[in-house]
Structures are given as structure tokens and as C-alpha cells.
Design a protein around this ligand. Structure first.
Ligand code: PMP
Length: 398
């Protein structure tokens, strides 16, 4: 009898399953709006010019491939801190921030979750309703009980902030609150700066543990404005976690470049926390890979490459915005009277369109347009060639 005889087939990842169905579809007009990846106007994942330049310089040096430190490259971690907390931040100057390079944003969440479990095994973890589907799985796999806090309001297509705040104020001290720092996935509905300030106060009042997930810095309004939640928590004097990722902002998905930053009360605490976080990393994957982090550090520490990257990032942001406006206008031009202007107000890569599961199914079957059954679409998969077809097809299924 095989030792695997009792292994059950795990359910398919819904989004990866969508990709498989899309790949098998032979219709030439097919469009995949289900993914969470930025495509350029030609439908390609861009290799940024700043990245190309840094990679070429790096390959020319032919650097040896020794192990990295457990927490990764120092220059990379400093660059991450400057983006999140601001260059010249008081927190970093006071030694209150530790940062460890991680395997993408996912890897950062995982080592953060494992560390939190050792810190307080009994706390509950709360994620937004809805949230990125991996949030629940990641914290559950670290051993936590995960529940939702109220977030999206389908009626207003915005955040039900009153319900969210009331929920936060009802949780036990020490509860971990996972917050999307900007560009909420999947809804595109973000908090206002004033609401963020209230969330900070609620966390202080209840003694909650904020865990900010920043996977899309630069995709809403720009590097600095998108960091407002991190900056408000920084100014609060609280301790908190930030997971961050360069998958999207550097278009380096497969290189797995992210980081976990933890803000402590003081420098001494930072030393102790980092020592424990390093144990978590050591027993997960020992130390991170070299290439992606080295490329990001090289770009961010060269004034010319950094400028080039910011320009390219602005290009991606502006193209997504143009697709939001373009889609709304094109749907209207199809004679649809239903108001879709909320799509323009949403931020980041995604939109909760309000399309029902049945409408999403018809889009797939009749038009070869693939979206998540919740009605989530990725605006960055639209381009000048397919936007008219998508709008016309949406108009037909409404
Ligand atoms: N958090 C959120 C909210 C995300 O949307 C994603 C990526 N889709 C991640 C984390 C993980 O990013 P990475 O690909 O860098 O692991």
C-alpha cells in the first residue's frame, strides 16, 4: 500500500484554474482579466529599462554566488525602508525598524505570520471582507484562526468604514489586523487618509497588532502618497508590521523580491526581534536569493536609474488609469445606462465591477473573456486593442 494512498486531491487555486482554462481556449479574441499582473499595451509583461540596465551592469561584474546574510542584502533593506518610511525617517534613524528581504510579498507575510505565532500563539487574525485569497491561507497555515472584519460595501461600492471601525474596536487586545496599505485587492476600494488616521487610533485604543500589506506601492498615486498608511502608523509611536513587494512595481514577479519590516519600540527591542526573525527565516529557507534584491538595490541607489524607474512606474500607473476611464466611456458608448463611473474612483490594478457570477460565466462562454467569479477584473490586462471588445461584451451580458 502506497504511503500516499490516503492523500486527497486539493482544490484547484481558483485564479490559476482560470489561467488554465484561458490557455486552453482557442478563440483568438480571448482576454484574460483574471490575473493579477501588469501587462503593457501589447499585452506583454514589461521588463523595465531601469531593471535591464541594472541587470546588465551586474552580469558584467560576474559576481560570485555566495550565501546572502539571513536577512538579505543590507543595501536592499535600506532601500525598502526609504520607500516605506521615507528617506530620513525618524524611526529608521532611531533604530526602531528592522527589515528582512523576503521571497516576495507572500514570503514576507509568511515569515511575519510565523514570527507572530511564536510571539502570541493565542491571538486571532482578522483580514478584510473580502481580501486577497492567500491572506487567510497564509495565516491559517501559520496556525492562526482567521476571521473577517467588515470592509467592502457592495451598495456604495466603497468601504463600510463605520462597520470596519466598530469591529476593530470590539476585538481582543493583541489581535492581528491585516490591512491593505493601498490599492485594495480585490475591490480597488481604499480608505481615505482621514479614515487611516482613525484606524491608527482604533489600533492604539484596543492594543491591536497592525500588519500592513503593501503590494502595490506606486500604483495608486505615487510612491510617497501611497505610503500614507505606513507614515501615519509611523507617526503614532505604535509597533507594527509591513510586508512589501516589488513584484508589481518593478515587474519582477518571478524573481520573488519582497521584504518584511517590523517597527519596534526602541533599538534594543529591534536587536532582539531581528534575532528571532532570523531564526524563523533560517528554518524556512535559510536566506533569500541574490539577483532580484541586488537589481532593486542597484536601481534605487542610482539617482539616474531611480528616476528612470519612477518614470516607468508612473507610465504603468497612468496606463491603468487610462484603461479605467476608457472602459467606463466605452461601456457608456455601447448604450449602457447603468453607471460604471465607480471604476474610475477605484485604485490599483483591480476593480470589483459588480458583475454577477452568472454574467462572468457568460462572458467566458460566449466571448472568451475570463474574470474572477466575484466580478473582479484586472484593469492592467486591458489594452487599446481589446478594450472595445471587452466593453461591447460587458454591455451584452448586462
Ligand atoms: N499581498 C497582496 C494584497 C497581493 O495582491 C499580492 C500579490 N498578488 C501579494 C501580497 C503577494 O505578492 P508577491 O507576488 O510579491 O508574493
Amino acid at each position: 500500500n502506497s504511503i500516499f494512498a490516503a492523500v486527497e486531491l486539493a482544490p484547484r487555486d481558483p485564479i490559476l484554474g482560470l489561467n488554465e482554462a484561458f490557455n486552453a481556449d482557442t478563440r483568438e479574441t480571448k482576454v484574460n482579466l483574471g490575473v493579477g499582473v501588469y501587462y503593457d499595451d501589447n499585452g506583454k509583461i514589461p521588463l523595465l529599462a531601469a531593471v535591464k540596465a541594472a541587470e546588465q551592469a551586474r552580469l558584467q561584474q560576474q559576481p560570485p554566488r555566495g550565501y546572502q546574510p539571513i536577512e538579505g542584502l543590507g543595501a536592499y533593506n535600506t532601500a525598502v525602508q526609504n520607500l516605506l518610511f521615507g528617506a530620513g525617517s525618524e524611526l529608521t534613524a532611531a533604530g526602531r525598524v528592522i527589515t528582512a528581504e523576503a521571497l516576495g510579498g507572500t514570503g514576507a507575510l509568511k515569515i511575519g505570520a510565523d514570527f507572530l505565532k511564536r510571539l502570541n500563539a493565542e491571538s486571532k487574525v482578522y483580514i478584510s471582507d473580502p481580501s486577497w485569497e492567500n491572506h487567510r491561507a497564509l495565516f491559517e497555515s501559520a496556525g492562526f484562526t482567521v476571521e473577517n472584519y467588515p470592509y467592502y460595501d457592495a451598495g456604495t461600492r466603497g468601504v463600510n468604514f463605520a462597520a470596519m471601525k466598530a469591529a476593530l474596536l470590539s476585538y481582543a487586545p493583541g489581535s492581528v489586523i491585516v490591512l491593505h496599505a493601498c490599492c485594495h485587492n480585490p475591490t480597488g476600494a481604499d480608505l481615505s487618509d482621514a479614515q487611516w488616521a482613525e484606524v491608527v487610533e482604533a489600533c492604539r485604543e484596543r492594543g491591536l497588532v497592525p500588519f500592513l500589506d503593501m503590494a502595490y506601492q506606486g500604483f495608486a498615486d505615487g510612491i510617497e502618497p501611497d505610503a500614507v498608511a505606513v507614515r501615519l502608523f509611523s507617526a503614532s509611536g505604535l509597533q507594527f508590521f509591513v510586508s512589501s513587494s516589488f513584484s508589481k512595481s518593478f515587474s519582477l514577479y518571478g524573481e520573488r523580491v519582497g521584504a518584511l519590516s517590523i517597527v519596534t519600540a526602541n533599538k534594543d527591542e529591534s536587536t532582539r526581534v531581528l534575532s528571532q526573525l532570523k531564526r524563523v527565516i533560517r528554518t524556512n529557507y535559510s536566506n533569500p536569493p541574490i539577483h532580484g534584491g541586488a537589481v532593486v538595490a542597484a536601481v534605487l541607489s542610482s539617482p539616474e536609474l531611480r528616476q528612470q524607474w519612477e518614470d516607468e512606474l508612473a507610465g504603468m500607473r497612468d496606463r491603468i488609469r487610462a484603461m479605467r476611464t476608457g472602459l467606463v466611456e466605452a461601456i457608456k458608448a455601447e448604450g449602457v445606462t447603468q453607471d460604471f463611473s465607480f471604476v474610475i474612483a477605484q485604485r490599483g490594478m483591480f476593480s470589483y465591477t459588480g458583475l454577477t457570477a452568472a454574467q462572468v460565466e457568460t462572458l467566458k462562454n460566449d466571448f472568451g473573456i475570463y474574470a474572477v467569479s466575484t466580478g473582479r477584473i484586472c484593469l492592467a490586462a486591458l489594452n487599446s486593442k481589446n478594450i472595445g471588445y471587452v466593453a461591447a461584451s460587458i454591455a451584452k451580458v448586462l
